[in-house]
Design a protein around this ligand. Structure first.
Ligand SMILES: [Zn+2]
Length: 453
């Protein structure tokens, strides 16, 4: 009875035991799976924390070798940076802040300047916004490891010159502050280069110039550029006398420039009266030839003539596409210690019959530099007389006026020569004639010679 009773119950007991076993096995199995999921999750977090900006697709490959992939990523981003550069227009003006600032958003890190870690941050910002699940993991704390993405600078130890009116910036980005503004032809020590930014030393400080605005490579700190240490108003091109130096320094200012600058500047030192910085000048009635070009053509000839006569010559500009105000031009002459400041212009009048030569200086009551009146008047007379006799043009007069910014800021004898009227058909034709220009130049040089006698 007992045995048969046990036998009867046995299947139920076994069934219960098997059921318990199955439940235990299920529990054990489920526990293990949860654990392995946790491990995977943790490792993913590590990966995404380290690489910040990687996409989901590349995350799966990252677990093997984070460093390698990171390196790859950085070079990829650097390459992207530089391919952006090559896509930029070669125009001289600095790029608008837009393009570069996206790549280089850190405007607050100018001090060392050799590295610009922006691309990593940049990538993070873009990647995170499109991947919501990254947001559930804690924001990776800044790691002490160096950021692998940098703006690379090829080391340099030479000199370059500015190709145009340029901004020196405290960092390699148009987002950074301007340290100084330099004019064309300023020679500077170069310490680093890449396609987009050139690192230079100015006034003992490392600064950056947009590379397309840099020209020439030189071994010497001085040369045809400027005298070292000249003022921030810009740079004159200095040409030493080829003939026996006569000890005189002349500053030639070819009037105007390609584009005028309507910003205002004081009419004279300390003046509250403001005047446009510089205009683009007149142009020939018949040919349309711009005055600024004619002025430069004659000025360069004058430079060569004066140099041949032993003068040291400082030019306020030797190209047309500059941005130098009239006060700045006077400052260039003053900084150079010019003993005569010759400003070359051409005239125009609504009456097309008007023609002839005149010169301009301040009145003897000028509120800024009346002490220069007699020497400036002498220079003006001398240049006028000699240009008239060398060209045969009509002699008009010396116009005394205190309305010229570039005269009021002068610190030495100054004259403006109005070579003739571009509004007069005959005179325009002469002014554009090579031989006639040579006559003007000889006249000016003779006038200067006489001034120093
Ligand atoms: Zn003019």
């Amino acid at each position: 009875m007992f045995n048969s009773k046990i036998l009867k119950v046995m299947p139920y007991v076994l069934g219960a035991l098997i059921a318990v076993l199955i439940i235990v096995m299920i529990i054990v199995k489920t526990g293990g799976k949860q654990e392995s999921d946790a491990t995977e999750l943790k490792s993913e977090n590590t990966v995404s924390g380290d690489t910040v900006s990687e996409s989901t697709a590349s995350e799966s490959t990252l677990s093997n070798d984070n460093e390698a992939d990171e390196t790859k990523q950085s070079s990829g981003q650097v390459a992207a940076l530089f391919s952006d550069t090559s896509g930029m227009p070669d125009e001289l003006p600095e790029p608008d802040d837009g393009a570069v600032s996206q790549e280089l958003p850190d405007k607050g890190t100018p001090d060392t300047g050799t590295t610009e870690p922006a691309p990593v941050d940049d990538g993070a910002a873009e990647g995170d916004s499109s991947e919501a699940d990254d947001m559930t993991t804690p924001e990776p704390t800044p790691t002490p490891t160096p950021i692998p993405v940098q703006i690379e600078f090829e080391a340099k130890d030479d000199y370059i010159e500015t190709k145009n009116d340029v901004n020196l910036r405290i960092g390699p980005s148009t987002d950074t502050d301007v340290f100084a503004n330099l004019k064309t032809g300023k020679r500077l020590k170069r310490t680093g280069y890449n396609e987009k930014w050139t690192r230079i030393v100015y006034d003992g400080t490392e600064c950056y110039i947009y590379t397309p605005l840099v020209t020439g490579v030189f071994d010497e700190p001085t040369g045809d550029g400027n005298a070292a240490g000249s003022a921030s108003t810009g740079t004159a091109t200095l040409t030493q006398g080829v003939g026996t130096p006569n000890g005189h320094i002349i500053c030639i200012d070819p009037g105007h420039q390609t584009n005028g600058n309507n910003e205002k500047e004081p009419l004279g030192p300390g003046s509250s009266e403001m005047k446009a910085k510089v205009s683009s000048g007149t142009s020939g009635n018949t040919t349309g030839h711009p005055e600024y070009k004619l002025n430069l053509t004659v000025s360069l000839k004058l430079r060569d003539e004066l140099v041949a006569r032993g003068y040291t010559v400082v030019m306020t500009r030797e190209t047309n596409d500059v941005n130098i105000s009239n006060a700045e031009r006077a400052k260039i002459a003053a900084d150079a210690g010019a003993q005569a400041f010759i400003r070359i212009h051409a005239n125009s009048a609504t009456d097309t019959g008007v023609n002839g030569v005149e010169t301009i200086c301040m009145t003897n009551e000028n509120e800024f530099n009346a002490e220069l009146y007699s020497s400036s008047r002498k220079l003006s007379d001398s240049v006028l007389n000699h240009v008239v006799s060398s060209t045969g043009a009509k002699k008009r007069y010396v116009w005394e006026t205190d309305t010229m910014t570039g005269i009021n800021w002068a610190e030495g004898p100054v004259t403006i020569l109005e070579m003739g009227y571009m509004s007069n058909k005959d005179e325009e034709e002469k002014l554009l004639d090579d031989n006639y220009q040579n006559k003007i130049v000889l006249g000016i040089a003779d006038g200067i010679d006489e001034f120093f006698k």
